[in-house]
Write a protein that binds this ligand. Sequence first.
Ligand code: AMP
Length: 282
Amino acid sequence: MERLRTPGAMRAWADARRAEGARIGLVPTMGYLHEGHVSLVRIAKARGCGAVAATIFVNPTQFGPGEDFEKYPRDEARDLAMLDAAGVDAVYLPGVRDMYPEGHQTFVDVTGVSQGLCGAARPGHFRGVATVVAKLFLAAKPHVAVFGEKDYQQLAVIRAMNRDLDFGIEIVGASIVREEDGLAMSSRNAYLAGDHRVAARCLSRGLFRAKELFGKGERDAAALVAEARAAIEGEPRAKLEYAEGRDPVTLSPRSGRVDAVTILVSAKVGPARLIDNITLGN
Ligand code: AMP
């Protein structure tokens, strides 16, 4: 597995793989890897990518003031071992100064789909995400890029950017990988200990209840969302940030009778801000 630390090194690797005729798959991450990340690598391989690059970069521009940029968990040695074991061909680990040298002044702003949900709770977050992903796309020149549905709004932002800026990359969404008790895997779960770890189940519990209701024939968006919200509001250690029903593709708000809906939730549990979602009817 090659280790690349600058945009120039990433580009040279990508050019060489393209010259060989390889199909390049890209898996962007912020590190502190878990099975969810590894599943993205597997998906890239299953999509016929003979050259898979993963990136590890805790991107400062997507963190707001007072958020956890400094505290974000990091373990490069463990991450490299996991990526190597997963059969990744190259890992791109740029430093902050490599990505944002003195004088950096260009940002990518995806408008509509960045608004609301996490975009409301974290102003500027998706601008940082779109900018860094655009930079990763330009350096790694992938044919395919894989992103988790765990970050459902992020996936929609990247799909919009890819379309609007003509990147021409195949964007693949990957199912959420969960712990045995339902909690969506996340690097930020490292912040959860004891009671908070138990309390964190309320996000997925509510979503699964909504799924059960949907299975029994409930089609009213508000009733389905209410189920997800009630599970979080019923957990004293959790503080609900949002629970909303959105169109699975456009992410526009849905109310009334729905054939398909994505329910997205966010809550603070102790020191961790957690998100989760489920798509019903697709
Ligand atoms: P992160 O390192 O948290 O920025 O995540 C990197 C990529 O892994 C993103 O595309 C995430 O959506 C994806 N991801 C994170 N957690 C999961 C999970 N539990 N299941 C599937 N994909 C995930």
